[in-house]
Design a binder for this molecule. Structure first.
Ligand code: AGP
Length: 606
């Protein structure tokens, strides 16, 4: 939702904060600001707009010369993007940056107003700043402990106290915050890319642990104020992962990283030609014992769960329910201790998914997290975790994370089906081998970008689009539609192809392109009929299917052909042209592909 950073060391703090914030712009970018100790005073510069505008403002008003400070890049939750609503918030004595939502801020604000405080912004964060001021009696940790006992909601806070120049205080609950530790310098950040250039060593903070950065070192206290020792983690990502590597956008880089991401994810989980997920505690006995499986996630992660549903039900014969986390939490789901709840999340910080996980645990289900970010909140709270190895995913539109998520679902489905005796060892090995062939196949598919770029050029002025498919192709059409919407800003919706004639086909005109996904050969003829219905009404059809299948003119205007693997695994290939079509359409429309409007990479608020 927002990005927060902090630096203390011997270098130019302002420069480091701006550089670190730029690495977190994918988390939120409608305003930005920094607070730096300059001659023992807290100097704040902040503005509506991107980091670039902040840098211009700092140059205009005079560089801030200091070696200790905090910074923030915002995705507005309370109060529109504006200078006054930008972070940091506070006064000459206290300055804070915040990621999260304070749910009881109105009550606290009303209390503080009775104490004479006057508010100038519309943010919940300003309430925290003034509450800190209210409790501050010369002991920062005491003030912080009082504040966190009063506020409710999610927060990662970076704090400066004027009385303690060249110290940074920080605390978190539900919003991510990590502590980077370098040579005589230390950092706080919402995510690793912020300081990866300087160090890959970091501490993970647990809920309401307080960290004090002082003299380039980090000291961590529990919520009672006692010092605690933490394990120093080492990120296996390098700066190259946080750079574009010669691609125009992170999204295109990450689309092209899918073959290696899939290999890194599945290879360690295949032994003697068979899937093996024991590392996470999911034994075959346990897998075979579940009565129901629930998959809960948001956005693209939920779409990965849809593929998981089709595959697990098709070969494992266990009922799988897929829910968006924001619905699951409030529909009073019927879950027992015989059920498995799988939560899927690239960031591992999505608020709704985290709360759905907590609800599932409370209801007695076994919980498994499929997560990309090591040490994220969801990975730490689930009973079992399978880490995907997609590496850093920076573009807001999720691509390689989706592919590795469905790759894990395939492994899970194969192992579960075999454990239940629903498929033979030979069949399990055949499917596993087919999965292992995907990275090489993807290299072929990635070369299809010319046709995808051309198709994008035919969509660039469209205002509405339909994606249709059946079975696994319907699941793919949902992901293709979301990709297009979120980065091209063209309205699109995915529709079960067989459902089209029950109303939605009334929308079809020559101005309504339809992308028909038809890789499931048992349903191919039916999808062809649906495409013909669209063509017969003047609609333009783009057909995604196997290379070897000829598609007549009365079925489609354009065909995107894919190499053939087992239909069950075709989603691993199908998603790439759908990603590329969305990418090129966005580029042709001049959008900021990696940082689309109104979006943030990780939605850590409800
Ligand atoms: C994907 O392209 C979107 N940016 C979004 O739907 C995302 O998948 C969703 O917010 C879930 O995020 P997570 O995987 O980090 O939980």
């Amino acid at each position: 939702m927002c990005g927060i950073v902090g630096y203390i060391g011997k270098k130019d703090c302002t420069k480091i904060l701006l550089d670190s914030l730029s690495k977190l712009e994918y988390r939120g970018y409608d305003s930005a600001g920094i607070a730096v100790f300059e001659n023992s005073e807290i100097r704040v510069e902040k503005t509506k707009g991107r980091i670039a505008q902040l840098e211009e403002k700092i140059h205009r008003n005079g560089w801030i010369n200091g070696s200790c400070g905090i910074g923030h890049t915002r995705w507005a939750t309370h109060g529109e993007p504006s200078d006054v609503n930008s972070h940091p918030h506070g006064n000459a004595n206290i300055s804070i940056v915040h990621n999260g939502i304070i749910e009881n801020y109105s009550k606290i604000k009303a209390f503080l107003e009775t104490k004479g405080y006057v508010f100038e912004s519309q943010t919940d964060t300003e309430t925290v700043a003034k509450l800190l001021d209210y409790y501050y009696n010369g002991d920062p940790i005491d003030a912080i402990r009082n504040v966190i006992s009063d506020i409710e909601g999610s927060y990662a806070l970076g704090i400066l106290f004027k009385d303690f120049p060249n110290k940074i205080y920080a605390v978190r609950k539900d919003s991510p915050l990590i502590v980077g530790v370098g040579d005589d310098e230390a950092f706080i950040a919402s995510d690793i890319p912020a300081f990866l250039k300087f160090t890959n060593k970091y501490y993970l903070l647990e809920t309401n642990e307080i960290v004090v950065l002082d003299n380039g070192k980090a000291e961590i206290f529990d919520k009672h104020g006692f010092t605690i020792q933490k394990e120093l983690m080492v990120a296996d990502w390098d700066m190259e992962a946080a750079e574009k590597g010669g691609y125009e956008h992170f999204m295109l880089k990450e689309i092209n990283e899918q073959p290696s991401a899939i290999s890194s994810t599945i290879s360690p989980r295949i032994a003697d030609g068979m899937p093996n997920l024991n590392e996470c505690g999911l034994t075959q006995e346990k897998l075979a014992s579940y009565s129901n499986i629930f998959v809960v996630a948001c956005g693209t992660a939920m779409h990965a769960g849809l593929v998981g549903k089709y595959v697990i039900e098709q070969i494992g014969r266990i009922p799988v329910t897929v829910d968006v986390a924001s619905e699951f939490r409030y529909r009073n789901p019927i879950i027992t201790n015989k059920d498995l709840v799988i939560v899927v999340s690239q960031s591992g910080e999505t608020a709704d998914t985290l709360e759905a996980l907590r609800l599932s645990k409370k209801m007695g289900a076994d919980t498994l997290a499929i997560v990309n970010v090591v040490g994220s909140s969801i990975s730490r709270e689930a009973d079992m975790v399978i880490y995907t190895h997609a590496g850093l995913e920076i573009s807001v539109a999720s691509t390689k994370a989706y592919s590795v998520q469905i790759a894990v679902f395939y492994l899970l489905a194969f192992e579960l089906a075999y454990a239940k005796g629903a498929i033979s060892k030979e069949e399990c090995m055949r499917l596993t081998k087919e999965l292992e062939s995907v990275p090489a196949m993807l290299e072929i598919v990635l070369k299809q970008d010319v046709i995808c770029k051309y198709v994008a050029s035919t969509l660039v002025n469209a205002e509405n689009l339909l994606y249709i498919g059946r079975g696994l192709d319907y699941a793919m059409s949902m992901e293709g539609s979301l990709k297009l919407k979120e980065i091209s800003y063209i309205h699109s919706e995915s529709y079960a192809a067989g459902e089209l004639k029950h109303g939605t086909i009334s929308l079809v005109t020559d101005a309504m392109p339809v992308i028909a996904v038809a890789t499931q050969r048992n349903l191919f003829d039916k999808t062809v009929s649906n495409a013909k219905e669209v063509k017969a009404r003047g609609g333009k059809v783009i057909f995604v299917t196997h290379n070897y299948i000829n598609v007549d003119d009365d079925v489609a205007d354009y065909k995107i052909g894919l190499p053939t693997i087992d239909d069950l695994l075709m989603p691993m290939l199908t998603v790439v042209p759908l990603q590329l079509i969305a990418y090129y359409t966005s580029v042709l429309r001049g959008n900021d592909v990696d940082k689309p409007r109104n979006l943030a990479k990780s939605v850590t608020v409800e």
